[in-house]
Design a protein around this ligand. Structure first.
Ligand code: F6P
Length: 360
């Protein structure tokens, strides 16, 4: 056994299914494999700003049930960039040094940061500024982290959206309706595209492919002519209106919240086709619930690989899934490119081959 280490782990950004299984895998590998200590940091970097830093010692017996639990027992936040942190008086303050000091006060040898591209970029900046030995693990239901084929949480979200589509088929057919399912994904259409194919949607709308209402109504009409009295459409939250606008609201912390395109489309479909429409907005159910078996496998592999990277002294790297295996890449390279749906992606070709309307 090598040198004794004390490592920290935090979850950052929006939660998703699979975070708890990562925590379990990290603790198992670090404690059983190397005899190290693992410290769980509460609510992302916020826990490191607190004095004393808000942490919990993660023991093997504590993490045992985490494999099947959704969410994150450490808590998380997708607000409060430490380099421009909103203060009670309305000003923005750079609190990065407090976080760095918190890391060093805890006597940590390394930090495992679990996050999407935004969180990983912030963690990397903190690591560079403060000499933090950082290893990253990609998570996001949006599956938009550049270099990894899969991020934690995506598979579970696709399963949930697929199950929703499965259910909508029966009620749609019973009432001769057009059902519109709005899903998350931010600026990437991966959830809509994957769930749309898996769940037998007739229309899939994603932000990467522009649509026309005529094309959508033509599809509904064609199905009617074939004696198919109902239609299922799935739409990604960042799809624009016909006028090219994204439907969004400003949240209480000034954040941009997407949502509403499903209702807009349903109204437009009724206007142009006369069909009776109903809308389902899946929202945060896509982030909750039990992690799928695939997310448990990915989380377990990523957790073990992240600890092994620390053991080998490789830092500033992110674990990724590529060509059927876990490898690591520099974090800077991993988050360099945003990974939206490529309009020539195999699944786009598959959808077209199946006769699914992509709106164009
Ligand atoms: O990035 C993950 C995600 O679930 C997006 O798909 C969605 O737009 C956003 O987070 C919702 O964030 P919040 O939890 O702040 O409402």
């Amino acid at each position: 056994m090598g040198e004794q280490k004390r490592i920290g782990i935090l979850t950052s950004g929006g939660d998703c299914a699979g975070l708890n299984p990562i925590i379990r895998a990290v603790v198992r590998r670090a404690v059983n494999g190397y005899g190290w200590e693992v410290v769980g940091i509460r609510e992302a970097t916020h826990g490191l700003m607190k004095r004393p830093p808000e942490v919990t010692e993660l023991k093997i017996h504590k993490v045992d049930p985490l494999l099947i639990m959704g969410g994150t027992v450490l808590g998380t936040t997708n607000k409060g960039n430490p380099f421009a942190f909103p203060m009670p008086d309305g000003t923005l303050s750079d609190r990065s040094q407090e976080i760095i000091d918190g890391y060093h006060q805890l006597g940590l040898d390394a930090l495992i940061g679990i996050g999407g591209d935004g969180s990983l970029a912030i963690l990397r900046r903190l690591a560079q500024q403060g000499g933090i030995n950082l290893v990253g693990i990609p998570k996001t239901i949006d599956n938009d982290v550049g270099i990894t084929e899969r991020s934690i949480g995506f598979d579970t979200a696709v399963n949930i959206a697929t199950e929703a589509l499965d259910r909508l088929h029966f009620t749609a057919a019973s009432h001769n309706r057009v059902m519109v399912l709005e899903v998350m994904g931010r600026d990437a259409g991966h959830i809509a595209l994957n769930a749309g194919i898996a769940g037998g949607a007739h229309i899939i709308l994603i932000p990467e492919i522009s649509y026309s209402l005529e094309s959508i109504c033509r599809k509904i009409e064609q199905r009617h002519k074939l004696g198919l009295n109902y239609t299922i459409a799935i739409v990604s939250e960042a799809v624009c209106t016909a006028a090219g606008e994204t439907i969004k609201q400003l949240g209480q912390f000034g954040e941009c919240r997407l949502g509403g395109i499903g209702q807009y489309l349903a109204d437009e479909i009724t206007k142009c086709s006369g069909a009776e429409t109903r809308v389902t907005v899946l929202g945060h159910t896509q982030r909750g619930g039990l992690p799928s078996p695939h997310d448990r496998l990915l989380a377990s592999s990523f957790g073990v690989a992240a600890v092994d990277l620390i053991a080998e002294g490789y830092y500033d790297r992110m674990v990724t899934w590529q060509n059927r295996q876990v490898v690591s890449v520099p974090i800077a390279e991993a988050i360099k490119d945003y990974r939206a749906v490529d309009p020539h992606d195999t699944l786009v070709t598959t959808a077209r081959g199946l006769g699914i309307c992509l709106g164009d």
